[in-house]
Write a protein that binds this ligand. Structure first.
Ligand SMILES: [Zn+2]
Length: 98
C-alpha cells in the first residue's frame, strides 16, 4: 500500500504546503509592516523618507535671512546670524543693530 509513488506524492505535497505557508506568511508580514509604517508615517511618529531633500528642509525664516555673524549685546560673543539666542549666555539676539 505504501509504494514509492505514494511516498513521493505525500512528501512533495507536504513540502509544497510548507513552502506555500512560509511564503504566504512572509508576504502577509511584509504587507502588515508596510501598512503599519505608512500609518505611523501619517501620524508623524517616524520621520518622512528623505528622498526629496527639499521636502525636509525648513522654510526659510524671513527674520533670520541675515547670515552674517552677529555679536551678542550681552556678552559680546560671536554668533551665527541665524541664531536666535546667544550660544554663550543665551541672551536673545535681536536684529543686528551694532
Ligand atoms: Zn551672549
Amino acid at each position: 500500500m505504501l509504494d514509492v509513488g505514494t511516498i513521493y506524492l505525500v512528501a512533495t505535497g507536504a513540502l509544497l504546503l510548507v513552502a506555500l505557508g512560509v511564503g504566504v506568511r512572509a508576504l502577509v508580514a511584509i504587507f502588515r509592516e508596510g501598512r503599519e509604517r505608512s500609518r505611523r508615517r501619517r501620524e508623524g511618529e517616524i520621520e518622512r523618507y528623505t528622498e526629496d531633500p527639499v521636502y525636509d528642509r525648513e522654510p526659510p525664516d524671513p527674520d533670520a535671512d541675515e547670515t552674517a555673524p552677529s555679536t551678542c549685546p550681552q556678552c559680546g560673543a560671536e554668533n551665527d546670524g541665524e541664531f536666535t539666542f546667544c550660544r554663550e549666555c543665551a541672551a536673545p539676539l535681536g536684529p543686528a543693530t551694532d
